[in-house]
Write a protein that binds this ligand. Structure first.
Ligand SMILES: Nc1ncnc2c1ncn2[C@@H]1O[C@H](COP(=O)(O)OP(=O)(O)OP(=O)(O)O)[C@@H](O)[C@H]1O
Length: 312
């Protein structure tokens, strides 16, 4: 079942074209990631979906409803957590949840939601005294309190430390497991790769690609490399003859094997058969950063080194 459909969306700010013919479909129950460089048009797109901006042209359907024409229906079905949410400093966690739940006809039990998001201990804490991660979890809770079928989360872990980010990811997965479809805008490639069932890459207001994380990585970065030293002499032909291997170089005892497909497992099996141990094994691990660069021509903001030790 389709939860969300965006068709030929256009939006300008004066002369500046922010969204230039964007189309995509999100299936019910998916976590659908939206990634792209700064200023690519991601937030404008989700603000149009939320009915906060009026598109110049194109159509949007949230569970069959138009966000501008069917405001009440969309409001009951769509939860929104936008960038930089802010609340009154003195409001307490439980007060905020109770207040927001009163805005909806069929809210979830806000006490349960508080538990799901790990905020029960903080129920009487004022907003200003919450940590960054707790504030973020509260804003997710407020986006979910109306019992939405679809939730938009924009930059939900920006500014959080690594542990708080991972905790938030688990929360998002739990929310998805309750049946909520999630639209996730993020600058973090590891977050998009870990959480998303599918991802749209938006660049300069246009869709550069839509695929699963693995599909994007596969399409963008077909070539892989494995480096290692060998524990005892090995004939180069053992590896050159493997399927998927395109090149083998040996420089000062370091082997560099280039290829495609299941390169690492093929090489590992061949070495095991030859009773050779690969020491200091490294692989040019392909990840979503590489796909981002391939599709947008720019490095993601959160770019990390893509070569990692295999045993890390
Ligand atoms: N209210 C506005 N008035 C004028 N221009 C705007 C407005 N909001 C956004 N823009 C411009 O439209 C373009 C798209 O912005 P948008 O915020 O949608 O991009 P984004 O992909 O979400 O960027 P970021 O990753 O930096 O949040 C940018 O060039 C931005 O400067």
């Amino acid at each position: 079942m389709t939860a969300l459909e965006v068709r030929n969306l256009h939006k300008r700010y004066g002369e500046h074209v922010a969204v230039d013919d964007v189309s995509f479909t999100v299936e019910a129950g998916e976590i659908f990631g939206i990634i792209g460089p700064n200023g690519a048009g991601k937030t404008t797109t989700v603000e149009c979906i939320a009915g906060l901006r009026t598109p110049d042209s194109g159509s949007i359907s949230v569970l069959g409803f138009d966000p501008r024409r069917n405001r009440a229906e969309v409001r009951e079905r769509l939860g929104v957590q936008l960038q930089e949410s802010s609340f009154p400093d003195a409001i307490k966690v439980a007060e905020a949840l109770e207040l927001y739940s009163s805005f909806y006809r069929d809210p979830v039990d806000w006490r349960e939601l508080m538990g799901l998001l790990g905020l029960t201990e903080k129920r009487d804490t004022q907003y200003k005294a919450l940590s960054g991660g707790q504030k973020q979890r509260l804003s997710i809770a407020l986006a979910l309190v109306g019992n939405p079928k679809v939730a938009i989360l924009d930059e939900l872990t920006t500014g959080l430390d690594p542990q708080a980010r991972r905790d938030t990811w688990s929360v998002i997965e739990r929310v998805r497991d309750t049946g909520v479809t999630i639209l996730l805008v993020t600058h973090f490639m590891d977050e998009a790769e870990r959480l998303s069932d599918r991802i749209v890459v938006i660049d300069c207001g246009r869709v550069a690609a839509v695929d699963t994380p693995a599909g994007l990585i596969e399409r963008a970065t077909a070539v892989q490399q494995v480096r290692f030293r060998v524990s005892q002499p090995l004939d180069k032909s053992v590896l050159i003859e493997l399927p998927d291997v395109t090149d083998v170089e040996i420089t000062e005892g370091r082997w560099l094997v280039t290829g495609r497909g299941q390169l690492l497992s093929n090489v590992a099996r061949a070495l095991a058969r030859a009773q050779v141990v690969a020491e200091d094994l490294r692989v040019n691990q392909r990840n979503l950063d590489d796909a981002f660069v391939a599709f947008t021509g720019r490095a993601p903001e959160s770019s990390e080194l893509s070569e990692r030790r295999v045993d890390e």
